[in-house]
Design a protein around this ligand. Structure first.
Ligand SMILES: [Fe+2]
Length: 248
């Protein structure tokens, strides 16, 4: 069973599912796609849009109840996909943003064309709050294009790297394919996730992505990545240093 650490499955809180029916359909699709654990990660844009925290809690609880009623082999956790803004560090310090399954890790994204220096500074600010970054869909950033850059990010900030499953089987330009090869050959990728939204073309595709990974980079690479999410997320659930999400 896969762990999907990036999913816009909870309805009514971002551009993911719009209705509970869509959420329920997506949960069934996740199970059919071989996923056993989902960290629900709605978009949060600190200082830009207010995040509907209460609605997220309510709809998350309702999704869990529905899973129970329907006896689905699926476990949900809370998280968020946080756009890094000037307001992000303070909101993290105030514990107003869910971390990944209550762990020290947060899932963070940047504007696709963000400058490398700005990304490095943001990662520095995140680690100064005591959280550690998981960089969402690393392949999306036009200024991160070499494995040396990625290694530096990982070493300096204990950052972890997430790639979208879809990027593994979608046609990619040659330079991107070379970059991917380097990332996997050097063991720099920590998570493959679906980043699933309700919209057509953005549905759950974990199995397809992992198959493509196996085909292109070998079973060993795929197996190592499959095992990692359990290690990181579940280990940190019992970490006494975890930051808890408060509604304050
Ligand atoms: Fe996302």
């Amino acid at each position: 069973m896969y762990t999907d650490i990036h999913s816009h499955v909870i309805w009514g809180v971002d551009d993911g599912a719009e209705t509970k029916e869509e959420t329920f359909r997506m949960l069934r699709e996740a199970v059919a796609d071989g996923i056993g654990t989902i960290v629900c990660t709605p978009h949060i844009t600190p200082g830009i849009y207010a995040f509907p925290e209460e609605k997220f809690q309510d709809n998350y609880s309702a999704a869990n109840e529905w899973i129970k009623e329907n006896d689905l082999p699926l476990k949900l956790y809370q998280g968020a996909e946080i756009l890094f803004t000037d307001a992000t560090p303070q909101m993290l310090r105030d514990k107003r943003i869910p971390s990944m399954a209550g762990s020290r890790y947060i899932l963070v994204e940047f504007s696709p064309a963000e400058k490398m220096a700005v990304i490095m500074d943001a990662l520095q600010q995140i680690t100064a709050t005591g959280y550690l970054p998981i960089i969402a869909h690393l392949e999306r950033y036009s200024n991160i294009r070499t494995t040396d850059q990625v290694r530096e990010i990982k070493e300096r900030f204990q950052a972890m790297i997430q790639i979208n499953a879809r990027s593994l089987f979608r046609r990619q330009p040659l330079l991107r394919r070379r970059f991917f090869s380097g990332l996997f050959q050097e063991g720099l990728v920590d998570f493959i996730a679906t980043d699933t939204h309700a919209a057509p073309g953005r549905e759950s595709c974990m199995s397809k992505g992992m198959e493509a990974l196996r085909r292109q980079f070998g079973a060993g690479t795929a197996d190592a990545i499959e095992r990692r999410p359990y290690g990181v997320i579940l280990k940190n659930l019992s970490d006494k240093m975890v930051a808890s999400f408060s509604n304050g």
